[in-house]
Design a protein around this ligand. Sequence first.
Ligand code: FO1
Length: 324
Amino acid sequence: MSAGSVAALSGGIGGAKLALGLYRVLPPGSLTVVCNPGDDFDHLGLRVCPDTDTVLYTLAGIANPETGWGRAGETWTFMRALSDLGGETWFRLGDGDLALHVERTRRLAGGEPWSNICGDIARRLGVHARVVPACDEEVRTVVMTPDGRLAFQHYFVRDRCEPAVTGFKFEGADNARPCNAVLEALADPALRCVVVCPSNPFISIDPILSVSGMKDAIHAAGVPVLGVSPIIGGSAVKGPTAKMMRELGFDVSNRSIEQHYDGVVDAWVIDSADSSDAPEFERPVRVVPTMMRSDADKHALARAVLGFADELRSRMGWSHRGMP
Ligand code: FO1
């Protein structure tokens, strides 16, 4: 397995699982996780950034193993006190998690770019990878429904993903650009691949790709872009991916996923349960177990993805600049 660096696009709980696998099998300091900014929102006067926070906590080993989000061993005094005061409690903020939102909000108000703050928090949590938002500007996923638009967390948490979706908007994406840490990671001569983690394509990965200049920067890296499909056996492992695909008129299939990422992803990793899908793919496909129940599963999938990338680079003669 060659040395080199890896950039992974991640959102949600599923994405964080593969990010952890990559983090564990790669040398310290060689992974950059590019996190979805679209779920971020201001709540109770605080900036909450679920998808970066989920990756930070997961790589730091302090994530709540049941929910995937928030911290393990959390206490809820703040929520109880807020409820007694008649405050909004539909979005649950644990006491430890609250400290992150308070400190992030304070530093943002002081003018620090979110990606700088995020990198510093990763270091303070002992995470030896770069965990950064796709951009420093605010990008907000808006869910379009037959009854009008919904802010993402209202759709996802308050309304429990029940409204039918008719589309998405990523407000602010046109005025956003990849943050410096992302541009540096993608321009690293030692970069060996970009990994699109098995996240929801619409609400986790598309917001990242919508940031102006992001697709160009990924393409200019000149390395294989590998996607791990979030669909296994015709359904999604977690969350509203399959429901959204049906509501938007897509087949809930790996082929639909490949078509959705046309022009971005060069090769796919799909689950063993879907080996019969492989001949339908236009791009190279690797069939391995992709369900991540244990840490060993995460490590094995990460190794399979990286091994596939190395083969693609050598087999397809990828212009890999300056590889040691
Ligand atoms: N998801 C929920 O379903 N209910 C919650 O109360 C909730 C609180 C929460 C707090 C912090 C955080 O980082 C994430 C939280 N999430 C909650 C998950 C969050 O809505 C999702 O993880 C992402 O936005 C989509 O993956």
